[in-house]
Write a protein that binds this ligand. Structure first.
Ligand code: EPS
Length: 360
């Protein structure tokens, strides 16, 4: 059994949509818990005034009855409140009446660092908005909703996932950058506790858990680097200093005293905490714009200036948590199978009975 996730939605379109497949029947979901994660993603120092317009909440259109999954596709919707200001500009059908609201004029000034230029060239777009709307990190809202569902399944298996920003001078860096009408990035870390050994596989590249986590994080807007455990630091160490020696005692079974591998060896979880970091570049929409070219005239110009965040690093911590939760939940579905939650739990219990490992 595998989880599937398909999303759709533009930043200022009517809504973001996700369809989740492969969930077991009988998993209890709470709207408040999903909404709490959506709220967390909207917080954080340096966010744009857009976050005062949006108050994200999840709607469920299918797959759930009385708060319990049916084992059928789960359809989630997060509406864009800001769409009310873009009805003409971002309406799905040819607009009627005089242009009004936002998005009525074609964007022809691509921002370095955003999807604008590559998207316009690739898809043959006269209006860069047709690229930037889907590329926007607004999309991450519905991924966080999916991640909240994944976390519910993981909680049943005794697995907790938590993301946070690392480095403690974010507020100062944001204040300084905002004063300079500039932007900043940062680094987030996600830790997952209670993951048993044996999720993922070395059998093929795309089965490796580290590869799947890296792809999911790297596939998130503005992420330019991912590391697992001590990552790049390991390249500077000797083998004798880089690996985690294997120990055993009655209380913990097989375990390690160090965790330089970040809980994954050969693409398989090893029973230690999973530790993943992602580096976010500074956001590309600058109030003091960089040099660009007007795609309509071919003349030098300054890039588009739009309302934007100064930083979204704290939001990325929540999104990265959702990404890791989703990948772990998928790996757990592969390992334990089952059509109902009871089947999943029974397989999980039988596996833990077989191996010499205890949840920390
Ligand atoms: C984003 C630009 C800003 C951000 C947006 C991501 O949107 P707007 O152009 O409407 O001000 O606020 O992020 C969100 C809306 C969100 O909910 O995270 C971009 O260009 O990626």
């Amino acid at each position: 059994m595998e989880l599937g996730l398909v999303t759709a939605g533009e930043s200022h379109g009517p809504a973001l949509v996700a369809i989740l497949t492969g969930l077991p029947a009988g998993l209890t979901l709470e709207k408040d818990a999903i909404d709490a994660d959506l709220h967390r993603r909207q917080q954080g120092y340096g966010r744009s005034p857009r976050q005062q317009i949006e108050q994200d909440e999840v709607e469920v259109l299918a797959g759930l009855r009385h708060g319990r999954t049916l084992g059928t596709p789960l359809a989630l919707v997060v509406r864009n409140r800001d769409h009310a200001n873009w009805e003409w500009g971002m309406g799905p059908w040819p607009p009627e009446g005089e242009p009004s609201g936002k998005g009525t004029k074609a964007v022809t000034l691509p921002r370095p660092g955003h999807a604008d230029l590559a998207g316009a060239l690739k898809y043959g777009l006269a209006d860069v908005r047709d690229a930037l709307e889907r590329a926007s990190a607004r999309h991450t809202a519905v991924l966080v909703a999916a991640g909240a569902v994944a976390k519910r399944l993981l909680a049943e298996l005794g697995i907790e996932v938590e993301g946070r920003v690392i480095g403690d001078d974010l507020e100062r860096r944001v204040d300084e950058a905002r004063a300079d009408r500039d932007t900043v990035g940062g680094v987030v870390e996600v830790r997952a506790r209670g993951v048993p050994p044996g999720l993922g596989s070395y059998a093929t590249k795309d089965a490796r858990l580290d590869a799947r986590l890296a792809a999911s994080l790297m596939g998130t807007q503005a992420v330019k680097g991912v590391e697992i455990g001590d990552g790049f630091e390991l390249a500077r160490k000797r083998g004798s200093q880089a690996h985690d020696e294997i120990q055993r005692d009655e209380a913990r079974g097989l375990h390690r005293e160090t965790n330089r591998a970040g809980g994954i060896e050969a693409g398989v979880s090893n029973g230690e905490e999973i530790v993943v970091r992602a580096a976010m570049k500074p956001l590309p929409t600058l109030m003091r714009p960089l040099a660009s070219v007007d795609l309509e005239t071919g003349e030098p110009a300054q890039a588009l200036v739009e309302r934007s965040d100064t930083a979204a690093v704290e939001a990325l911590a929540v999104v990265a948590e959702a990404c890791v939760a989703w990948e772990l939940a998928n790996a757990a579905r592969e390992k334990f199978g089952g059509d109902s939650l009871g089947d999943v739990l029974a397989a999980h219990r039988a596996y833990l009975d077989r191996i010499d490992w205890r949840r920390p």
